[in-house]
Ligand binder design. Structure first.
Ligand SMILES: Cc1cc2nc3c(=O)[nH]c(=O)nc-3n(C[C@H](O)[C@H](O)[C@H](O)COP(=O)(O)OP(=O)(O)OC[C@H]3O[C@@H](n4cnc5c(N)ncnc54)[C@H](O)[C@@H]3O)c2cc1C
Length: 433
């Protein structure tokens, strides 16, 4: 499929963020082109938890899309944490948010399936795959964007939805800052990133009873957390032995394709209280279906918006391009989707005002619309990153009395209905809708 020479909005990146922005623009009739560097959509193990706020956001754009995602995935009305020794440590109850949302649960639906549903909802629009942005410059009142294929497109708005190592962010000269000191960060320095392992595996049947097939359950031990998430079956899977997606934060650089011995070793190291020491039995992995590693750390972009000197063309960031953080609490994909829906609204408003009266244009020169987008979404990203970092702390090994104290404090606090509801409200993202 050939690229048109010009468009109003160029969306760089067809991950969950870029696709949601495309959907938001298509619903508002704004012309756009969405491109991605890779040859086709991926089906790798990545994010899996879709929270209520994301379903609400997608549902506002396309009710049937939110329904499709929530029926395709596994609905979990709770997040249950098991202590290695106690049966249930705490249970965060999303179902108690039924008075606030049509979706009082989280949905375990892998990222590649969410992306597939988003692409299907983009009726009449295709992703232009295999186009990697290599340079960008201001030409007259537009940005001219050049691809590795040599093709060129001009656009009034460029959406940087190109992930963690965003080329658009780099080309726009937007730096990542330390979240507290505001000192510019080298995103690739080992001290600024943490390593994570993610894998789809089969466990020996039957799984310990404490790990149900249809609920989000973690095991918190002194030596770290085990997260074996149930995910929907893929084509060719054995229904009697469903796949699970597991995540681990690891201190060293993991192998690029973690195998059974490596992953089983991580589980066993974390399950120090396994029987006969009185804890949960150790789940045994029999096969790795897919595995990978990723590295990320807390690093927000200094700004989400960069305007051309003419003031009539704009680069705007969303999703991982605008903020990086760890996978604690399963927030990355959710945050990106909600950013993108807000950005599509902002672009549509800006685009509408550009073709209106002089007063509307004057308001635009002051940059009101995009700075409002930036302020709103930066504030949400700060809070969500905080939640992700707090969750990451829970996932870290904490031996001795500190671990005991943390575990019992969580047990005690989450028994208080108001605290439990607040945890559900924040984790589900409903606080930000
Ligand atoms: C292995 C792995 C596991 C993860 N697990 C979790 C998890 O458990 N929980 C969680 O919350 N988050 C997780 N994440 C992060 C989560 O996947 C991201 O938060 C989410 O994908 C962000 O979506 P996005 O659309 O902003 O960026 P991405 O999904 O990264 O999409 C960016 C797109 O831009 C394209 N692109 C990049 N550069 C260019 C260029 N120069 N030109 C054109 N296209 C370009 C890429 O090909 C890609 O398709 C994981 C990520 C990885 C890699």
């Amino acid at each position: 499929m050939s690229l048109p020479p010009a468009t109003e909005v160029l969306i760089v990146g067809a991950g969950p963020t870029g696709l949601t922005c495309a959907l938001g623009l298509s619903k508002r009739g704004i012309p756009f082109v969405v491109i991605d560097a890779v040859a086709a959509g991926h089906n790798e193990s990545r994010a899996v938890v879709v929270h209520s706020c994301t379903l609400e956001t997608l549902g506002a754009l396309d009710e049937s899309l939110a329904q499709t995602i929530s029926t395709d995935g596994i609905r979990s009305p709770t997040l249950t944490a098991l202590d290695a020794k106690q049966p249930v440590l705490f249970r965060v109850q999303f179902d108690k948010l039924a008075d606030r949302t049509k979706y009082p649960y989280c949905v375990l639906c892998p990222q590649h399936r969410v992306e597939k549903h988003l692409r299907q909802a983009l009726i009449g629009h295709e992703v232009h795959w295999g186009r990697r942005v290599v340079s960008m410059q201001e030409v007259h009142d537009r940005y001219e964007v050049v691809f590795d294929s040599g093709e060129v497109i001009t656009s009034r708005y460029v959406v940087g939805a190109d992930g963690n190592n965003s080329t658009i962010r780099t080309l726009a000269g937007i730096r990542l800052l330390h979240p507290f000191t505001k000192v510019p960060l080298d995103p690739n320095s080992p001290k600024n990133v943490l390593s994570f392992v993610v894998a789809d595996v089969l466990f020996e049947n039957p799984l310990p009873e404490a790990l149900p097939k249809d609920a989000l359950t973690l095991i918190i031990g002194e030596a770290g957390v085990i997260i074996p998430l149930p995910v929907p079956a893929e084509e060719g899977d054995d229904a009697a032995n469903p796949r699970r997606r597991i995540y681990f934060a690891v201190p060293d650089i993991p192998p690029s394709k973690p195998d059974v011995p490596y992953l089983q070793g991580l589980i066993e190291a974390r399950q120090t209280h396994a029987p006969p020491a009185g804890g949960q039995p150790i789940p045994r992995i029999t096969r790795v279906l897919d595995s990978g590693r990723f590295r990320t750390g807390l690093a927000p972009a200094e700004t989400y918006v960069c305007s051309a000197t003419s003031g009539t063309a704009h680069i705007v960031l969303a999703g991982d391009a605008a903020h990086r953080h760890g996978p604690g609490g399963g927030q990355g994909m959710n945050l990106g989707i909600c950013d993108a829906a807000a950005l599509a609204e902002a672009i549509a408003e800006h685009h509408g005002a550009m073709s209106c009266s002089t007063d509307s244009r004057k308001a635009l020169e002051e940059g009101d619309i995009f700075s409002r987008y930036e302020q709103r979404r930066m504030a949400v990203a700060r809070e969500v990153s905080f939640v992700a970092e707090e969750m990451a702390k829970v996932e870290k090994p904490e031996p001795g009395w500190a671990g005991w104290l943390r575990t019992n404090l969580l047990w005690l606090l989450l028994k208080i209905p108001a605290v439990n509801r607040m945890a559900a409200w924040r984790l589900s993202g409903m606080k930000y809708v």
